[in-house]
Ligand binder design. Structure first.
Ligand code: 5GP
Length: 192
């Protein structure tokens, strides 16, 4: 069997992080891609486990050497997915999980082309209104940041049809179970 790359994607605030955590707990066979970030570690976060915490200079160097499959800026910090990290896991026949935004998921599919199976899974909120409400409830952003996010969310929400699968996040445990089912189905297909 060849490794498969699963991009867990969807609009910001949809609950990707929570779902990915549940997936990793539920299935020890899954391997999570560890991204680079320039932000400081939060309490309890470990280098090489949650992120590779690097300086802006290191990030720029990696970027200029083409080491990132995709990257983005969030709140003044940079985040990037490492090509070699993901490819190495896939080469070990792992089922690789990427928690990634919509554009990043498209880039991953484009980058691997026909060399690797990249399965893009869109996590859909019950409604656009529910998502905006959730963004508000997080309360971590200013009005201006919220307005920017809202615009982005609308764009991201409109990309669902370009994904291999759409999973409704009506309830985290149900959505997680559905994704685990998709992963097993894809694995079986690859083994054939
Ligand atoms: P946090 O600082 O809360 O860990 O993450 C902030 C945002 O960065 C989240 O929306 C998270 O999904 C996103 N993020 C984390 N890693 C990457 C990455 O490798 N690439 C991109 N484009 N976004 C990332």
């Amino acid at each position: 069997m060849k490794g498969i790359i699963f991009c867990i994607s969807g609009p910001s605030g949809v609950g990707k992080g929570t779902i990915v955590k549940e997936l990793m707990t539920a299935d020890p066979e899954l391997a999570l891609s560890v991204s680079c970030t320039t932000r400081a570690p939060r309490p309890g976060e470990q280098h090489g486990v949650h992120y590779f915490f690097i300086t802006h200079e290191e990030f720029r160097n990696k970027l200029s050497r083409g080491e990132f499959l995709e990257y983005d800026e969030h709140f003044g910090n940079y985040y990037g997915t490492l090509k070699d990290y993901v490819t190495a896991l896939a080469d070990q026949d792992k089922l690789v999980i990427l928690e990634i935004d919509v554009v990043g998921a498209f880039k991953a599919k484009e980058y691997y082309g026909s060399t690797r199976r990249v399965v893009n899974i869109f996590i859909k909120p019950p409604s656009l209104e529910a998502l905006e409400e959730r963004l508000h409830r997080r309360g971590s952003e200013s009005e201006e940041q919220l307005a920017q996010r809202r615009e982005r969310v609308k764009f991201e929400y409109g990309q669902a049809d370009k994904f291999d699968y759409i999973v409704l996040n009506d309830e985290v445990s149900r959505a997680t179970a559905e994704i685990l089912g998709i992963i097993q189905k894809e694995k079986k297909q690859a083994e054939r």
